[in-house]
Design a protein around this ligand. Structure first.
Ligand code: AMP
Ligand code: ZN
Length: 475
């Protein structure tokens, strides 16, 4: 099997991928700033990273993933100071919610989740190295990085260095492209702020240094893949490269993969528009999180994803086709003298699924191959021509691709979201609908029969016509 190819933001081209050592891919993914609950845009990025790791494993590599938790920066300090509590007390509940939300979307855990506040000595030592090498200078207890001493500055983001003036500084953690200035490595403490001792006096690290220090600690000075959302490219990732390579003289990360943003109803998410959804907001609207995971998978990571409630509904119905296949399999007989073509369909699913993953993680193509397989399997089931062993073959094929997708098995997901149990229709109500649909079919009123079937599907009921009559069950 040929190596996978990924679009490397560094160089802006598709490149074939191979890990630096043996078979293990070492991956660093910028994690959440834990001052608030992650919104679904953040979660799109984390889900992309989850699937990237799963896909690399599917393609035969071992993976070590590190995701930092940014637990010290401007907004966190402001929040802790305002409430008169420690940073730890301020961020702890947000960290718990973050892990709960990952689980809710079946995002697998990384191998390491280092916290910035637990790696201050590593950051101080790196800043000292930069000072010794002439890349850093201190001003009134803060330390800044000299961007004009680092020749390749701007190589990742292509930022225009023309406007940069020698010696101009920016001390904020986040800033815009027209602020290409010396950035802060260590910030002198302001009165009343939490701080750590350092060779430059009391203060705290800037945002960028944390990712350099922690990625190197867990992955080595040079590793394979660095990921984040597109907004991280400048200044965050540009600064990470500058300070890391200035400190070590070796290439920091070899491949940079950036995922595009999630929009809601075609617009950027923002508090003022009231469209900055968290998973709790979706659950409150009875949205099925399994369908949300599917929706996130269905758009290639380098394309913007427009989140709408109708697109979630579309994802739910795509999943229903998979669920119906499983349900129908339970009652379909197998025989030795059939000619189902299922074994061949499984082979071509494996091949095209792998190819899609290796093509810059093209998950929409990967899902299309799954649906072709489901369609073919449904036809074979419908025509009652399964060979001996086909049921098992189909189930295994779905389970195999689901190691990457993490969404095909309804049994892994809650049957209903919190608070929806009360609204479930009773068995008698459903039987009445099923009987009415049967009556409409006997009367050849196909429009009414279809309407009733849609109503049943809308209520989460799967209906199956078998030679022994109509069967139904809840999804
Ligand atoms: P933050 O907690 O703001 O540092 O963001 C965590 C991750 O989410 C980073 O990789 C960001 O690039 C990413 N991110 C932020 N906003 C969005 C969005 N609207 N869509 C997708 N990813 C985002
Ligand atoms: Zn980072």
């Amino acid at each position: 099997m040929a190596s996978p190819r990924f679009y490397n933001s560094l160089g802006r081209e598709l490149q074939s991928f191979a890990p630096q050592d043996a078979d293990t891919a070492r991956i660093y993914t910028c994690g959440p700033t834990v001052y608030d609950t992650a919104h679904i845009g953040n979660l799109r990025t984390f889900l992309f990273e989850d699937v990237l790791c799963r896909a690399l494993e599917f393609l035969g590599y071992d993976v070590t993933q590190v995701m930092n938790l940014t637990d010290v920066e401007d907004k966190i300090i402001a929040g802790a100071v305002e409430r008169e509590i420690s940073i730890d007390d301020y961020v702890s509940p947000h960290i718990d919610v973050f892990f709960r939300d990952l689980e809710r979307l079946h995002i697998r855990k990384a191998e390491h989740y280092p916290r910035a506040t637990q790696h201050i000595p590593e950051m101080i030592s790196m800043i000292q190295t930069l000072e010794e090498r002439g890349f850093a200078y201190s001003v009134e207890g803060s330390v800044f990085f000299h961007i004009d001493r680092f020749g390749p500055y701007g190589r990742l983001s292509g930022v225009d260095l023309g406007g940069a003036k020698r010696g101009e500084r920016v001390a904020d953690d986040e800033y815009e492209k027209d602020d290409v200035k010396d950035f802060v490595l260590w910030k002198a403490a302001k009165e009343g702020e939490p701080s750590w001792d350092s060779p430059w006096g009391a203060g705290r690290p800037g945002w960028h240094i944390e990712c350099s220090a922690m990625s190197m600690k867990y992955l080595g000075e040079s590793f394979d893949i660095h990921c984040g959302g597109v907004d991280n490219m400048f200044p965050h990732h540009e600064n990470e490269i500058a300070q890391s390579e200035a400190a070590t003289d070796v290439e920091f990360a070899r491949y940079w993969l950036h995922s595009e943003h999630l929009l809601v109803d075609g617009r950027k998410m923002s508090k003022s528009l009231g469209n900055q959804y968290t998973l709790d907001h979706l659950i409150a609207r009875d949205i099925d999180l399994r369908a949300v995971r599917y929706l996130f998978l269905s758009v290639p990571y380098r394309r913007k994803l427009n989140f709408t409630f109708s697109s979630v509904e579309g994802s739910a119905s795509a999943l229903r086709r998979v669920d119906q296949l499983r349900f129908r399999l339970e009652t379909t007989a197998e025989s030795d003298d059939s000619n189902s073509g299922i074994a061949t369909a499984c082979e071509s699913l494996y091949t095209s699924f792998r190819e899609a993953l290796a093509d810059d993680l093209n998950l929409s193509a990967a899902l299309a191959t799954v649906h072709i397989f489901v369609r073919d399997a449904n036809v074979a089931v419908g025509q009652r021509r399964l060979n001996t062993g086909d049921r098992q073959r189909i189930i295994e094929a779905l389970a195999s691709v689901d190691r990457v997708l993490g969404v095909l098995d309804a049994g892994d997901w809650p049957t209903s979201q919190e608070g929806t149990d009360d609204s479930e229709s009773s068995d008698d109500d459903i039987q009445t609908l099923v009987d009415a649909r049967q009556g409409a079919r006997i009367a050849r009123d196909w429009a009414e029969a279809d309407r009733l079937r849609d109503e049943l599907v809308g209520a989460g009921i799967v209906v199956e016509d078998t030679p022994d009559g109509v069967r139904w069950k809840r999804e």
